[in-house]
Design a protein around this ligand. Structure first.
Ligand code: GDD
Ligand code: MG
Length: 361
């Protein structure tokens, strides 16, 4: 089987992390975000994976090459000269996606869930339509593509409304599809939106169905959602593979800690914390609902809450970080500093408090 991941642009909404590393390589649950998807595709029997990108992908090529063997997949980079939006990349990768008549998967690169690819493929074959969209329910549907059903035929989509201004329903497009190769014939070789242009054609043809997702789902393309997604991901791990979580006398609730991290027995970690490789956590540190990326150091008695600490950063003694604070790569926060909702760009040193949401350049 075949799959295409819409990797897209620069991931500006996940700055300052994406100033250093392309979004798909930012670690979610201690692994590059895109690896969760590549692994799930490979487990479902996908052998050809296209990564659709619109910038030069050298770093990604280098990082992902080693996983081709590990997962037994061919990864091809399909590079757009101009951004082709969400449908154009399918046309550009036509040769691979149409190499046989089997349907192919499409994924937005920023969605995290328990990818149900096998069940999705079975469901798709059974209804006989040209496409199936994975659907999930959310509280705030206006940020997403909303699916409205045909009353007479279960799961047949009657309307698809991208980012509705008025409420039409709360079942949304989870950013995961399976499509028959002939869908590519509906797309022209130019910037085209799958949500606004291609789906409405399929809806008109009464050939687009939805498949209900079980379990959690999150678009983790911005810091607030990245943290909420981390909480859900850890909950899912606790249910499905609790052995992957870390336990100990200084750990409360769900925590995923790389074995190379050095954590003081006098620190208190959790709930909902991910700590990357070679991180050092000092005595009396308190961390909750946060992600600390590789090689960072949090010194004695600091509190880190609802925060992403980027790679190679240092948080001094007696600091307090909260309110969806994000430190970029190689940030140095001096002792006794308070940061509330600050987004700190790479290589900065912070010596004065940041009491309100702001970008520190
Ligand atoms: N290759 C390529 N080229 N990829 C692109 C381009 C492009 O020009 N533009 C966007 N993408 C990728 C993004 O990187 C992302 O993985 C995906 O296409 C969707 O774009 P987003 O910018 O993240 O869209 P969204 O989150 O506002 O909405 C989409 O996702 C929602 C679920 O999270 C839509 O598909 C909604 O209908 C959906 O509900
Ligand atoms: Mg998105």
């Amino acid at each position: 089987m075949k799959g295409l991941i819409l990797v897209g642009g620069y991931g500006t909404r996940l700055r300052p992390l994406t100033l250093t590393v392309p979004k798909p390589l930012v670690e979610f649950g201690n692994r590059p975000m895109i690896l969760h998807q590549i692994e799930a595709l490979a487990n479902a029997g996908v052998t050809d994976i296209v990564l659709a990108v619109n910038y030069r992908p050298e770093v990604m090529v280098e990082t992902l090459q080693k996983y081709e063997k590990e997962y037994g997949v061919n990864i091809t980079f399909s590079v757009e000269e101009e951004p082709l939006d969400t449908a154009g990349p399918l046309k550009l990768a036509e040769k691979i996606l149409k190499k046989d008549d089997s349907p192919f998967f499409v994924l937005n690169s920023d969605v995290i869930c328990e990818y149900p690819f096998k069940e999705l493929a079975d469901f798709h074959k059974a209804h006989g339509g040209k496409g199936t969209i994975v659907a999930t329910k959310v509280d705030e549907p206006s940020k997403y593509g909303v699916i409205v059903h045909d009353i007479a035929t279960p799961n047949l989509i009657d309307r698809f409304v991208e980012k509705p201004k008025e409420f039409v329903g709360n079942r949304i497009n989870a950013g995961i599809y399976i499509l028959n190769p002939e869908v590519i014939d509906l797309i022209e070789m130019k910037p085209t939106s799958i949500e606004k242009e291609t789906f409405p054609i399929l809806v008109n043809e009464k050939s687009l169905y939805s498949f209900d997702l079980e379990g959690f789902w999150m678009d983790v393309g911005q810091p607030k959602d990245f943290l909420s997604g981390t909480v859900l991901y850890l909950e899912s791990l606790a249910k499905k593979s609790p052995e992957k979580l870390t336990t100990g006398s200084n750990i409360v609730g769900n925590a995923l800690i790389d074995p190379t991290a050095k954590i003081s027995p006098l620190a208190k970690i959790g709930p909902n914390v991910v700590i990357g490789p070679n991180v050092t956590i000092g005595d009396g540190v308190r961390i909750e609902r946060s992600v600390v990326l590789a090689n960072s150091n949090i010194k004695e008695h600091s509190l880190v809450k609802s925060t992403i600490v980027g790679w190679n950063s240092t948080v001094g003694r007696w600091c307090r970080l909260e309110g969806v604070t994000v430190l970029g790569d190689d940030v140095n926060v001096k002792d006794e500093i308070y940061i509330n909702g600050g987004k700190v760009l790479p290589h900065k040193s912070i010596a004065t408090n940041v009491p309100q949401e702001s970008i520190i350049m």
